[in-house]
Design a protein around this ligand. Structure first.
Ligand SMILES: Nc1ncnc2c1ncn2[C@@H]1O[C@H](COP(=O)(O)OP(=O)(O)OP(=O)(O)O)[C@@H](O)[C@H]1O
Ligand SMILES: [Mg+2]
Length: 459
């Protein structure tokens, strides 16, 4: 039976991808460049060109496989190939097969151990660990005449950021890896004219992302994890012409009418941080006092078990002239309510009359709130200052680096307990982003909205 397959024309970058015959080809490096489309089309073209070839398409989760590949391919192929739901594969009349496999956990890869394929597509390879990648790579084998290739698509960020960057961006090879076998084709959203004309808002959504993510997903920048996480924190005012452009100031007497908020992050093997913030009439916050220490590793010979911490907090609040006889509200790390391993830390706080409400632990919004507070307005005024006596806050904020897997989070292996306490405080009194920072806040990845959106008909 004669069958005509109508495939829209590929754009220039997709053409390069479709005709690339290197053993390892990576495509994309940014959002919306037409990567998943190219995977679908290339897999079908290979299936038709090489009767009997075995192809596997891998994605992190099954719902993503279904939305990005299986459903659009069913529409595109019509009766040209039969889809077997249980086996999760398309069978072509010429004997070619396209298999779909997801890989969320290490166990998932175990299941595919014995699978042999000729061509492997790893869509969103940056979501796979290097170990998972190596194990999938081992499935590409077989004694036959078919080409053996691995096609990857990728965005900066994600668990696999480092190995994808090494192989395809930095091109730094270990022994046994042959540079001539690797090819990278960058495709940005601006290369995807079909998307730009059908959904002009898409690029606006990318432009509205927080700065690091925007550089990564819109411009395809792979160096997003370098630099300080709080590059907007200014602790050396002498470097600025205008003295007020700083966050660190000399202490002053806190007016008795100002509200006081206490924020707290607990750490057992890492330090805890208890921080007292005074709030002026404009809502500007001043970190006035800090109690900081570690339970597991004695600091100056003191082990800070919860009872000791809260006893000391209580003593400070009863005796310190900036705090005594004031109504102090507290906000804390929600994990201190956890009693799954015995007594919750909060019980100890209650015993010492130190009360807290649960902090909002949404990390991305929380960090955005910290950045909004740190941002200077046109007069050089931020919404948060730190008394120069709060030495642990001033010491740790500039040390924090970006996480190596999540471009909007910090590396949680570092000394981040003051930063977390700062985040809970900021989330308890959110400020408007518009006063200084031109960045819109995100509650979810807006790009996901496009999953249901399919403006194209293939028939
Ligand atoms: N050559 C083309 N002709 C027509 N439509 C296309 C073409 N290339 C891509 N598209 C459409 O553009 C949209 C985005 O493409 P695609 O999903 O492949 O991008 P992506 O790079 O995988 O995006 P993401 O980063 O979100 O995974 C889809 O609706 C897709 O069908
Ligand atoms: Mg995609």
């Amino acid at each position: 039976m004669e069958y005509t397959l109508n495939i829209p024309a590929p754009n220039e970058k997709q053409k390069l991808f479709l005709s690339d015959t290197h053993k390892y080809v990576a495509f994309g490096g940014a959002r919306g460049g037409g990567k998943s489309w190219a995977v679908r089309v290339k897999s079908v073209l290979l299936a038709l060109q090489y009767p009997g070839i075995k192809i596997m398409i891998v994605r992190h989760t099954y719902p993503e496989l279904r939305a990005n590949h299986i459903t659009p391919l069913r529409e595109m192929l019509g009766s040209l190939a039969v889809y077997k739901e249980t086996a999760k594969e398309f069978l072509f009349p010429n004997g070619s097969v396209i298999l779909f496999r997801h890989c969320q956990t290490e166990k998932d890869v175990d299941k595919y151990q014995g699978t042999e394929v000729d061509v492997l597509f790893l869509d969103e390879a940056t979501q796979l660990s290097e170990e998972q990648y190596n194990r999938f790579k081992a499935c590409v084998r077989g004694v036959n005449k078919f080409p053996k290739r691995i096609y990857l698509t990728c965005n900066p960020g994600g668990e696999g950021h480092a190995w994808v960057k090494r192989l395809f961006i930095d091109r730094s090879y270990n022994s046994g890896e042959n540079a001539d076998e690797y090819s990278f084709i960058q495709s940005l959203v601006t290369d995807n004219k079909a998307l730009l004309s059908s959904d002009p808002d898409y690029i606006k959504q990318l432009e509205a992302l927080p700065p690091k993510l925007r550089k990564a997903w819109l411009e395809g920048d792979w160096n997003i994890f370098e630099g300080q996480f709080f590059e907007d924190f200014v602790d050396r005012p002498e470097y600025y012409k205008e003295r007020r452009w700083t966050h660190v100031i000399e202490p002053f007497e806190v007016p008795p009418e100002w509200n006081i908020v206490r924020s707290f992050d607990f750490g057992y093997s890492k330090p805890f941080s208890c921080d007292w913030w005074a709030i002026d009439y404009d809502g500007r916050a001043y970190l006035i006092l800090q109690l900081y220490g570690c339970t597991a590793n004695p600091d100056e010979g003191v082990r800070w078990y919860p009872d000791r911490i809260f006893k000391e907090i209580r003593r400070i609040e009863c005796e310190h002239r900036w705090l005594k006889n004031r109504r102090i509200t507290g906000v804390a790390d929600p994990s201190i309510w956890d009693d799954s391993r015995g007594n919750a830390v909060i019980d100890s706080a209650d015993r010492h009359f130190v009360y807290f409400s649960k902090g909002d632990n949404r990390r991305l919004s929380g960090w955005m709130q910290c950045h909004y507070r740190l941002a200077f307005d046109e007069n050089g005024l931020p919404m948060v200052y730190f008394f120069n006596t709060c030495k642990h806050a001033i010491r740790t904020l500039p040390l924090l680096r970006f996480s190596q897997t999540d471009p909007e989070d910090l590396d949680t292996h570092m000394e981040d307990h003051f930063a977390d306490s700062f985040r809970y405080f900021c989330m308890s009194r959110p400020v408007s982003p518009t006063r200084a920072a031109p960045v819109r806040e995100l509650t979810d990845d807006p790009l996901n909205q496009r999953i249901q959106y399919d403006p194209f008909t293939y028939r």
